[in-house]
Design a protein around this ligand. Structure first.
Ligand code: NAP
Length: 454
């Protein structure tokens, strides 16, 4: 069965690519294992040289790669440029820091000498989503390869050209054959990869269902997993903010990547005192968003990544409105193709999808909070716990509230965003484990204790 690369903005089929057979997959896993046997002992100096070369290639090919991202999954071109640049930065970050992060850790004992050595595990499977088709992969691959593991990528079915382009970057940079491999496979083939004895661990970024499926298969075979799943991040606005300025951030934070980001702000929890004014300012900023061709530098939003995703979001909104939510902005229209227009919902009933589910697209859900306690209560009344932000002119107060929000990260007066130096990951149904920073590279290494007598 082949893969179709299709532009969601105009439905043009860009390319059809062949899939790997089960036999191909076995031989690619064997190749990955064979590559690991020598890659694990390659010096940091050599690995860094190759990782810097990958970063340089990303910079050099930024235009073509950005266009590919935009054409395959519909994000606006300015965001694709930023994504490719960020991939180069994560390669450089681990090229510079991996050796320091993985150096032996001396332990104090009463007898002899003891230390922890960090050893590569072997081939690690990465099951990745389409929403940041480069960034999600590089943030797994840069630390993983620098740690001495080899990478096996199963990318989302709608970004097959991105999947192959990433493999090509590593190849062109000079990484030995088998160190990074793209498996052109369907979700139904993932279990067999996890079962293979040479595959040592798996990481998945995606939905809860996919995460549970990968984790349970890995669990059956006693293999470690890291899961980066969905989020419904709160954006908490206190009464003392500069309303217009924060509303501009709020729109950016909701609309980034066409609203299809795990850490996009999804629930806007606003102090009742400024609720009406803040909502008005939010709508004014949302209204200024340029909607159009994703390849135009002017566009701020074009479409969602597939027609199915647009329809799913439409159904979530219909059910929420049927349950009593009000539309404060936007028109509820059955999507034509992959386009779903921005919307604001308010007066959201507790049992509606808008309250409980992740809205993975351009719909903002507004909540009015009585006081700080009510803000924290609403923020934590969610099955997810990925990110969140607090906005206030009192930073100390912001930190106090951030500490009370149950999630993997809360930023104060700044938009949630991933960064190579900041650990990233969730709690509750947003997953477990961490990516990025020192924490990310530690997830897939054997922390081996060595203790000598006397
Ligand atoms: P998805 O449907 O779960 O797909 C993600 C990946 O998992 C794809 O490669 C997909 O392959 C594969 N997959 C799906 N079902 C599977 C199964 N049963 N077994 C093994 N693999 C399976 O998610 P998505 O719609 O692409 O991505 C959106 C979700 O990802 C959102 O919930 C978003 O919040 C989350 N996300 C989280 C983070 C984070 O860092 N926490 C970052 C980005 C996105 P196919 O494409 O072949 O189905």
């Amino acid at each position: 069965m082949s893969f179709h690369s299709q532009n969601p903005y105009n439905s043009e089929v860009l390319k059809t690519l062949p899939a790997h057979s089960d036999a191909d997959v076995i031989s690619l896993i064997e190749q990955s294992h064979k590559a690991w046997l020598s890659w694990k002992d390659v010096s940091f100096e050599e690995k860094s040289k190759l990782m810097f070369a990958a970063a340089d290639l990303l910079d050099q090919q930024k235009k073509e790669l950005s266009l590919l991202i935009t054409r395959e999954m519909g994000k606006v071109i300015s965001e694709s440029w930023a994504e490719v640049a960020k991939c180069a930065s994560v390669c450089r970050y681990y090229a510079q820091n991996a050796e320091k992060f993985l150096q032996n850790e001396m332990l104090s004992t009463e007898q002899g000498t003891a230390f922890v050595q960090h050893e590569a595990l072997g081939p690690v499977l990465a099951v990745m989503p389409w929403n940041f088709p480069f960034w999600q992969v590089f943030r797994f691959a840069a630390p993983g390869l620098m740690a001495g593991n080899t990478g096996l990528l199963k990318h989302a079915s709608n970004v097959p050209q991105c999947a192959l382009a990433i493999e090509n970057i590593f190849k062109e940079a000079g990484f030995p054959k088998g160190v990074f491999t793209t498996l052109m496979i369907r979700a139904s083939q993932v279990q067999k990869v996890i079962q293979h004895p040479y595959v040592m661990a798996a990481t998945l970024t995606g939905s809860e269902g996919a995460g549970a499926s990968v984790a349970s298969e890995a669990g059956k075979h006693l293999k470690k997993t890291v899961l980066e799943l969905g989020g419904s991040d709160p954006f908490i606005v206190m009464a003392d903010v500069d309303i217009d300025k924060v509303a501009a951030f709020a729109v950016k934070s909701r609309m980034i990547n066409g609203g299809q980001s795990c850490i996009a702000a999804k629930r806007f929890i606003v102090d009742a005192e400024i609720y009406q004014d803040f909502k008005k300012a939010f709508i004014q900023h949302l209204d200024k968003l340029v909607i159009g061709d994703p390849e135009s530098e002017e566009s701020g939003y074009a479409c969602m990544a597939t027609a199915d995703l647009a329809f799913e979001l439409y159904e979530q909104v219909v059910k929420s409105v049927d349950a009593g939510a009000n539309i404060a902005y936007g028109l509820l229209k059955k999507p034509e193709g992959s386009f779903f227009g921005p919307m604001v919902l308010e007066d959201i009933p507790v049992h509606s999808p808008a309250y409980k589910e992740e809205f993975f697209g351009p719909v903002a859900c507004f909540f009015k909070a009585r006081d700080e306690e009510d803000m924290v209560r609403i923020a934590n009344d969610s099955d997810f716990g990925l990110g969140g932000s607090v906005w206030t002119s009192n930073t100390e107060k912001g930190i106090e509230i951030a500490k009370k929000v149950s999630s993997g990260a809360v930023y104060v007066n700044r938009m949630m965003a991933s960064d190579p130096a900041i650990p990233f990951g969730g709690i509750k149904k947003s997953g477990y484990g961490r990516e990025l920073a020192r924490h990310g590279i530690m997830e897939f290494v054997n922390q081996k204790s060595i203790w000598t007598a006397g």
